[in-house]
Design a protein around this ligand. Sequence first.
Ligand SMILES: C[S@@+](CC[C@H](N)C(=O)[O-])C[C@H]1O[C@@H](n2cnc3c(N)ncnc32)[C@H](O)[C@@H]1O
Length: 189
Amino acid sequence: MKNLKAMMFNRKASDPKNKPDQILEALSLQPGQNIADIGAGGGYFSLRFANAIGRAGKVYAIDTDPEFLDFISNSAKEKGLNNVETILAMEDNLTLPEKSLDLVFVRNVYHHLPNRVGYFRNLIGLLKPEGKIVVIEYKRGGPFSFRRIFGHYVPLEKIIEGMDKAGYNVSKRFDFLPQQSFTIFIQRK
Ligand SMILES: C[S@@+](CC[C@H](N)C(=O)[O-])C[C@H]1O[C@@H](n2cnc3c(N)ncnc32)[C@H](O)[C@@H]1O
């Protein structure tokens, strides 16, 4: 089934200038891990994660758009990946098994979430104690950039402030992405 928007998301996600291989490397995924890809779009990263974590692991590809989820299910089937489960999410809430997640991946989605502090506070219950939240989010961009004009970005200091209120500390930051900030958060003990 064709979904032009999902295909466009995947084209952008896989473009070498957006450094998908370096992102994967930075995440140091391990076989058997459970990962939630929130706002999975066309599923480019969901499928890369599914390959990296193997049969013993699981990727939850999560989105509010059922057509993107159908596209991801079909792509996973075509590639013989049976460790991808699609989940239709509410805009402001997510239900998954408690304490099950090693990693939550949120790429180019943070600016879409309505109540970020509440949303990420709720996720603490779903993370394993050492679980991580990865936020890759657009930086402001130039005065005529799409993301600046349409507000499709959140400055890093705002992300850190919101995540702090939700109960997380910065664990690592990477500066190799040209258009986005890339931060890994862990829950405060
Ligand atoms: C810009 S796309 C990013 C897709 C993908 N993460 C990537 O990096 O290619 C944003 C995605 O977030 C989804 N989305 C928007 N609001 C959401 C929400 N509250 N919960 C889950 N997904 C959401 C959209 O449907 C869309 O698929």
